[in-house]
Design a protein around this ligand. Structure first.
Ligand SMILES: [Zn+2]
Length: 198
């Protein structure tokens, strides 16, 4: 009687441990892994948990596709809670996303806007070039929270919803979509990520 319950307990523990970390199929692992031998050559790395979402990175130090997957999942969960996604357009877009990481900032000339909608010239930390294409400057902190990724994900989500633009002037008056609530949302997620050291 007693050994039986022991077996059940051991099995339950095994099952719990097993369920917490499901093994990845070897193919997925191989294709999703960054190859450090490629040095600074660009590599396309699949983002787990999303149908056809990839990142392009140079070098394998930052950011790990695992952390990007975590950020994307958290972003969508919180977006849905806060802003909804009745027609699933935001999720559909996130399932077909390309994120390009770059160690250098991009020089922009009069095409960007600051958070209040004022035209901006200078260096960009991130750009949403299409609803499904985000460019992000890595910066030197090696933390996703310190990059513009979450900010760009908001542009991409708004673009996916209204189908014509990602509200490039943010809270400014020329394009609709971005509200102070979106600005707050980005800060909340980045604060959370920073606390998790991501
Ligand atoms: Zn922006």
């Amino acid at each position: 009687m007693e050994w039986k319950s022991l077996v059940v307990t051991v099995l339950a523990v095994f099952l719990t441990v097993f369920m917490m970390s499901p093994p990845e199929p070897p193919d997925a692992r191989a294709s999703g892994q960054c190859n450090p031998n490629k040095k600074n050559a660009p590599q396309m790395i699949k983002i787990d948990g999303f149908e056809s979402t990839w990142q392009m990175q140079r070098g394998c130090v930052f950011p790990s596709s695992r952390n990007v997957s975590y950020v994307l999942k958290m972003f969508y969960k919180k977006w849905k809670e806060r802003f909804g996604d009745k027609d699933g357009l935001v999720l559909k877009n996130m399932n077909n996303l390309m994120i390009e990481w770059d160690s250098r900032e991009k020089i922009i000339t009069g095409t960007g806007f600051d958070i209040n909608g004022k035209p901006l010239t200078g260096k960009a930390r991130g750009l949403t070039l299409l609803p499904g294409y985000i460019w992000v400057w890595e910066n030197r902190y090696q933390r996703i929270a310190a990059t513009a990724l979450v900010h760009e994900l908001v542009h991409a989500a708004l673009w996916a919803k209204n189908k014509s633009h990602g509200d490039p002037d943010h809270e400014g008056p020329d394009f609709a979509g971005w509200t102070p609530e979106h600005t707050k949302f980005i800060k909340e997620i980045n604060d959370l990520l920073a606390r998790l050291d991501i």
